[in-house]
Structures are given as structure tokens and as C-alpha cells.
Design a protein. Structure first.
Length: 414
């Protein structure tokens, strides 16, 4: 048996160091504030769920998940998704809420990485769920809130591709009469096998309708592409009208410039029933957010209500911000106090009571004080000097002597 190195992590695992953690918390704070502006309130669900409960969310049960057993032999899973637990919570714990329910979360999802494919096994997510609201207006709010929230974190050049599984399904049903071929097409789409989709579509028939089916996942553009689809496949006209209305409302929210129709957008979870969307930012090759409508999910937990939502992948969003050259976090308003650990802990305590952050060092660590402040991002360094302190401000470079009381001389973040 090969010995595991002391610093090894399981496949897909990742440590987050202090600077990155600080940046992630700043992103979370911006998202939490923006979600709140739209009336969404935070909920929390447990990391562990019964596998049988999560299995309710999709036909054929759960696929990729970390499984373990409780003391009674029941199978548990680390939640592989946040939409399913929040749907369970809303349908059971909030069954009497008149709705719409606006909920948001900041949490983690866990999924084993596929063999041979690098992917994080633990994904930090921030997301919203709008439960009990149907129609283009609710879809537009979700898309606009996603655009607004990502902009609040500093993302520029955002693009949100929108599709609709009901529209795609209507085109398939209109063009393909063979149920086995329909199933094969849906399977190819779910597997993101576009070459397989084209091959199957060519077998479905020729003509303009057959050509539309073959190129459907490659269709991109504005509302004009919906007119073409509705003309060739009138059966899809109602779905096209809903999407056109949604795009109009997104524009009235002020987010229209970021949104484009992209019928190649596909989601891994089969519970989606209407609009689906993915958000991309420059410099990151994977979606920074994804979501859609899932009207049938609540019924699987005992309370049928229409729903739409999205999840932002915080690590991907952080990479996008760093790639774009987002400004590093400024030094934190704290002071490294030499001697605060052994010679004058009372001064450290008084400064903390006033609202200051004090990082105490023993007097013997004087030589390391400025290196520590730089490594951990603290703004000030203070050393005993006579009856007071000498203070270095690392932002301005100013050195002050004769500071009698730290709490009176340094700014407090509170």
C-alpha cells in the first residue's frame, strides 16, 4: 500500500489560504447584499442528506455523490447540489408559506470528480431560488438578478446564454416521430454529445425542419432566431413567445446587453423544465454560474410549486476576477503589536475593546513584526517606545512616535 504524503489531498480537494479566503468573503458579502435588495432571505441546509430523499429529485436516482452510512445502516450523501435541498426545505418546512418564496444560500456542494477529468470535489456556491412564481417575469428576475449580482462583484464582459428545454423538446417532438429516436436525441443532448446529436438529427429527415433540428444546439443570437424557429416548427411557438417576453423584461431590468440566446446551453441535472442559462466571464473557460426553471421538483417533496433559480460557482468567479486584474484587497485595519503577547497584554486588550484588531507578538519577535504585517495584510505595526508607542502605517509609510494610546491614534473599522 502506497504511503500517503503528509500534505496530500483527495482528488478534487483544495486548501484556501488566508488571502484567497478574504477575497472570497468579500465576493460573498457583495452577493449577499445584492440578493437582499431583491427580497431574498438566507436559508441553510445540512451537509448530510438521506440518499433516498435526494434520489427523489431525478428519474433513476442520484448518480455522482459521496455516500456513507449512519448508525442504522441508512445511506447518506454529502449534498451534491443545493437546489434539491432548498426545494426540500421549501416544500416541507415552508409548505404553508403563501409564496412566492425568495431564498438564497451561501454553501458548499460535493460531487466526486469524474475519472480522468480534473474538477473540484467541493464547490463553493452562492445561489437563489424563487419558488411559487411562474412565467417570463419570474424567469427575467432570475436572469437579471444574476447579471446584477455578478456585476456587483466587479465582473466585466459578462455573457449569459439562455436556452429553454421545453423549446428544444417541442422542436424534437415536431420533427421526429420515432419515440426511440426522440429518446436518443435527448440522451445526446444530456451527454453534451453534439456530434451524436447531428448524426441522429440527420437520420430524422431532410428539409428545412430537419436542418433546423440538426443545427439547433448551435443556434445563437437575439430574439430574431425565435421567429425563425417558430416559423419552421409552429409547435415550438409558445415556448418562443415566452422566451421573447422574458428577454424583453430582462432588458427592462437593465440587463439585456449581457444576455444572448444560446440553444447549446445544457444542464447536468434532469429536473429542469423550462428556461436554462449559463454565465461566462472573460478568462475562465467554464461557467461562473448556471440555473434554470424546475417546476416539477417541489412536487417530489410533497408541494408542487413552480420555481426558478441559479447557482454561482464562487471559485470560478474568483478566478475570473483575478484573471481580470481585480484589485487586491487593501491592508486590513489592524495593528501588529510588539510586546502585546507578554509585556503589555493590557494594552492589546484595551485596543481590542475599542474595536481595533490587534495581532500580539512577544517582545522578542520585534525583528519579524513588519514581515508578519506584510504577509498577513495588516496595516499598522506598533512597538513600545518610552511611555508610549512608535507606529508604522504601511499604507502611507508614515512613522509616528509618542503615541500614548493605540485606540486613540489608530482608525477602527467599527
Amino acid at each position: 500500500m502506497t504511503e500517503t504524503p503528509p500534505g496530500a489531498l483527495p482528488a478534487g480537494g483544495k486548501d484556501v489560504l488566508a488571502v484567497e479566503a478574504q477575497e472570497l468573503r468579500a465576493v460573498e458579502a457583495a452577493l449577499r447584499e445584492r440578493f437582499g435588495r431583491y427580497g431574498y432571505r438566507e436559508v441553510m441546509t445540512p451537509v448530510l442528506e438521506f440518499a433516498a430523499v435526494i434520489d427523489r429529485a431525478q428519474e433513476g436516482g442520484l448518480r455522482e455523490a459521496f455516500r456513507l452510512f449512519d448508525d442504522h445502516g441508512r445511506v447518506l450523501v454529502l449534498r451534491p447540489d443545493l437546489t434539491i435541498p432548498v426545494s426540500r426545505l421549501v416544500a416541507t418546512r415552508m409548505a404553508d408559506h403563501p409564496g412566492p418564496v425568495r431564498a438564497f444560500y451561501l454553501a458548499r456542494a460535493f460531487r466526486p470528480p469524474p475519472p480522468g477529468r480534473p474538477r473540484a470535489s467541493e464547490e463553493r456556491q452562492a445561489g437563489v431560488e424563487l419558488v411559487g412564481a411562474d412565467g417570463p417575469g419570474a424567469d427575467a428576475e432570475a436572469v437579471a438578478l444574476l447579471a446584477d449580482s455578478l456585476a456587483a462583484t466587479g465582473v466585466e464582459g459578462l455573457r449569459i446564454g439562455v436556452a429553454d428545454v421545453s423549446l428544444t423538446g417541442a422542436v424534437v417532438d415536431a420533427v421526429v416521430s420515432d419515440p426511440d429516436l426522440r429518446a436518443a436525441l435527448r440522451g445526446a443532448l444530456a451527454a453534451r454529445d453534439l456530434a451524436g446529436w447531428r448524426r441522429l438529427a440527420r437520420a430524422a429527415g431532410a428539409g428545412e425542419r430537419g436542418g433546423l433540428l440538426e443545427r439547433l444546439p448551435a443556434v445563437r443570437g437575439g430574439a430574431e432566431v425565435l421567429d425563425e424557429i417558430a416559423a419552421l416548427a409552429p409547435e415550438a411557438a409558445p415556448a418562443c413567445e415566452r422566451m421573447a417576453r422574458m428577454l424583453e423584461l430582462v432588458a427592462r431590468h437593465g440587463a439585456g446587453d449581457a444576455v444572448v440566446i444560446d440553444l447549446g446551453v445544457m444542464r447536468d441535472w434532469p429536473y429542469y423544465s423550462g428556461i436554462v442559462f449559463e454565465a461566462y466571464a472573460p478568462g475562465v473557460g467554464e461557467p461562473v454560474a448556471m440555473g434554470g426553471r424546475y417546476d416539477g421538483l417541489g412536487a417530489r417533496f410533497g408541494r408542487a410549486r413552480p420555481a426558478v433559480g441559479f447557482a454561482i460557482v464562487l471559485d470560478a468567479l474568483h478566478r475570473a476576477l483575478m484573471t481580470a486584474g481585480a484589485e487586491a484587497a487593501p491592508p486590513r485595519e489592524g495593528v501588529v503589536l510588539v510586546g502585546g503577547l507578554d509585556e503589555d497584554p493590557g494594552a492589546a486588550a484595551a485596543a481590542r475593546r475599542s474595536g481595533l484588531t490587534v495581532v500580539a507578538l512577544p517582545a522578542s519577535d520585534d525583528a519579524r513584526a513588519e514581515a508578519l504585517a506584510e504577509a498577513d495584510g495588516w496595516r499598522f505595526v506598533a512597538r513600545p517606545a518610552g511611555d508610549g508607542y512608535a507606529v508604522l502605517d504601511r499604507v502611507t509609510g508614515e512613522r509616528r512616535a509618542g503615541v500614548a494610546r493605540l485606540e486613540e491614534a489608530l482608525p477602527s473599522p467599527s
